[in-house]
Design a protein around this ligand. Sequence first.
Ligand SMILES: Nc1ncnc2c1ncn2[C@@H]1O[C@H](COP(=O)(O)OP(=O)(O)OP(=O)(O)O)[C@@H](O)[C@H]1O
Length: 260
Amino acid sequence: MALLTVTNLSKKFGGLAAVADVNMHVEDGELVALIGPNGAGKTTLFNMLTGVIPPTSGKITLTTATGTISLLGRKPYQVAKLGLARTFQNIRLFANLSVRDNLLAAMTHRYTENFFAEVLRLPAYYHKEAKVLAWTNALLREFDLVDVADYDAGNLPYGTQRRVEIARATATAPRIIFLDEPAAGMNPEETAALMKLIEKLRTDFQLTVVLIEHDMGLVMNLAERIYVLNQGKLIADGTPAQIQQNQAVIDAYLGGGVHA
Ligand SMILES: Nc1ncnc2c1ncn2[C@@H]1O[C@H](COP(=O)(O)OP(=O)(O)OP(=O)(O)O)[C@@H](O)[C@H]1O
């Protein structure tokens, strides 16, 4: 059974159908990409999946250990608690807090005995603070942020800030991470490092990844399945090889000069 299922999902802004009747699913452990031209509705779809805006119609369901639940009507923090984390197209770090404090701030809403016992596999008698600090240090190490841990996030190079944002989303130990244009504004070296990092999210953190991205090198190399949106509608889905050969996709997007 799919981890996340979207059924006939639509969002209208006045007369504009930003997302129109979209059906999609994400399997546990998958890496799925969402592509399409500017204004296709990709971010609007992410916003609905993460509780930022309500859909006009349709369903979003999540499979949990205790059954299938609807995500409709839940606020972003409630969706986050259910294990859906995200990053934003425009970086939203606390610019005046250190990298370490940005990670700590993300964890406060999951600050429970169960969460840290689960994440760190530490016995329950360990002090909560010790677990928080241990998990933060582990994240700093895993995301190669040890050297900048005490720097203000806002002063770091762009690629590093993106890494901090992904580390912060991972800090809540989500099941699914949604990345909105993670490679935007990155140079080729930063993009190559990002690709390794996304692989790590899956292998080391066992996350399911859904990403919006215009960098087709990244998408075609990393994604197992791709959904293509155009003017709010899903025009194709398939493997990278299938998508690259799909005439509707070439006409709407890939053929027209892909913008990075
Ligand atoms: N809050 C809003 N109010 C009105 N229209 C909106 C709103 N948010 C998005 N739109 C419109 O909905 C359409 C889809 O926008 P969206 O940002 O989802 O596209 P996108 O595929 O993410 O584009 P990009 O690749 O440029 O980020 C666009 O026409 C946009 O102008």
